[in-house]
Design a protein around this ligand. Structure first.
Ligand SMILES: Cc1ncc(COP(=O)(O)O)c(C=O)c1O
Length: 395
């Protein structure tokens, strides 16, 4: 990798992957690794999926990209299925390439409608790699530190008059950008009553709700979307990652009322790869395959089983601080200083052929396998993890 500026914040562990199939990747040395990170959580159907490949090949021979003056029916069809799974049936969609773009487009939509540039989000949300969402500066963002709410004894009956709420200037805010599974906080779903109170307050001040489903969307949490774990109807839903199963496509789904307001305000958002036919064909096939295999339900069932197994294993080791999970998104947090022992355990797992995600600065590992993973493969992984943890305990 002499010619690549490696700036992902992660060290390169498998430098030459020559093949990827299902839950496995293979390197040029003939080593096989179980990918329990799904790339960067982007391949819910596994790598190199034949139906997705076929859809791409088929679409390549038709049209891949249109322009500002033309489109293709595949784009409208993809919008229809995206709106169906979000429950925003009569709404509209915009297709883009990355999760960051979908979130940013949603933020610009809220600014346009409300005329307010300051938005609310939870302090540990990750919203994207660029734009105002990446910087979260005070002028543009009101960050709610909900650490206290995690251990609040009134969690289930969150009081809207609680002093936590009194710090939020709701009337100044254009909306709430809610990231349900907290990518930075690592699979921490905030209490429903807290979120529902925030949504109510924002709505009563004419604000809009944008849900960032880039990580939690398209089945990962055992429901189609992370917000399905809450009683809320969003105005805008940003999704990416799993939506393309490795192909870079993302979407912003917009409710009908919100779309009408955007039309009235002549909302303007333009980029070259917007509503591309190829990406939309992939979206159609990804959602078709998720439906066909009932993979969202499979994710919920398999996730519960995996979580129970991991919890049992983790209980044996006092250096495991906490395990959290929903569907097939699970985080294990370790006690210790800096990134130890998580970084060591991460390396040991890779040596054994298991790739999980190391969250630097959090002493945590994240496990997000493809939704098609077989139980036997998960059994191999849990046995491998147990071995690594017991070696650590013996030191
Ligand atoms: C919660 C969340 N939102 C947004 C993004 C940005 O998505 P992308 O990397 O596709 O731009 C990510 C990426 O990891 C994410 O985890």
């Amino acid at each position: 990798m002499k010619n690549i500026l490696w700036c992902t914040g992660h060290s390169l562990k498998v430098p030459d992957v020559v093949k990827a199939e299902g839950c496995f990747i293979y390197d040029n040395q003939g080593n096989r690794y179980m990918d329990l990170e799904s790339g960067v959580w982007v391949v819910p159907l596994g790598h190199n999926h034949s139906a997705i490949n076929q859809a791409i090949i088929d679409q390549l021979s038709k049209v891949t990209h249109c322009g500002y003056y033309n489109s293709s029916s595949v784009v409208d069809k993809a919008a229809r299925v995206v709106l169906d799974i979000t429950g925003l049936e009569k709404g509209r969609c915009i297709f883009l390439c990355s999760g960051s773009e979908a979130v940013e487009c949603g933020i610009q939509a809220i600014h346009t409608i409300t005329g307010k540039t300051r938005l609310l989000c939870l302090h540990d949300s990750f919203l994207g790699s660029y734009g105002s969402a990446s910087k979260k500066q005070h002028e543009e963002w009101c960050l709610l530190d909900w650490t206290e709410c995690r251990s609040c004894s009134r969690n289930e009956h969150c009081d809207p008059d609680c002093q936590v709420f009194s710090t939020i200037p709701f009337e100044e805010l254009g909306g709430f950008v809610f990231e349900p599974g907290s990518a930075s906080g690592l699979v921490r779903f905030p209490p429903p009553a807290l979120v529902e109170n925030l949504v109510r307050k924002i709505k009563s001040n004419n604000g809009l709700i944008l849900v960032n489903e880039v990580t939690t969307g398209v089945g990962r949490s055992g429901m189609w979307f992370g917000y399905n774990h809450y009683q809320l109807i969003p105005d805008l839903v940003a999704m990416g990652k799993g939506l393309g199963n490795g192909y870079p496509v993302s979407a912003l789904a917009i409710s009908l009322d919100t779309a009408r307001m955007l039309e009235e305000k002549s909302f303007y958002y333009q980029q070259s790869h917007q509503n591309d036919a190829l990406g939309c064909r992939v979206v159609l096939e990804v959602i078709n395959q998720l439906n066909k295999g009932s993979l969202v339900q499979r994710c919920a069932d398999l996730g519960s089983e995996l979580f129970a197994k991991l919890e049992k294993i983790c209980r044996k080791y006092d250096f495991v601080r906490e395990i959290r999970g929903k569907g097939l998104m699970i985080a294990i947090e370790f006690a210790g200083s800096g990134d130890q022992p998580a970084a060591d355990i991460h390396d040991q797992l890779i040596n054994k052929g298991f790739i999980v995600s190391l969250r630097r600065g959090h002493n945590s590992l994240r496990i997000d396998p493809p939704l098609i993973i077989e139980k036997e493969h998960l059994a191999d992984f849990t046995a491998g993890l147990d071995e690594v943890l017991s070696c650590k305990a013996a030191i």
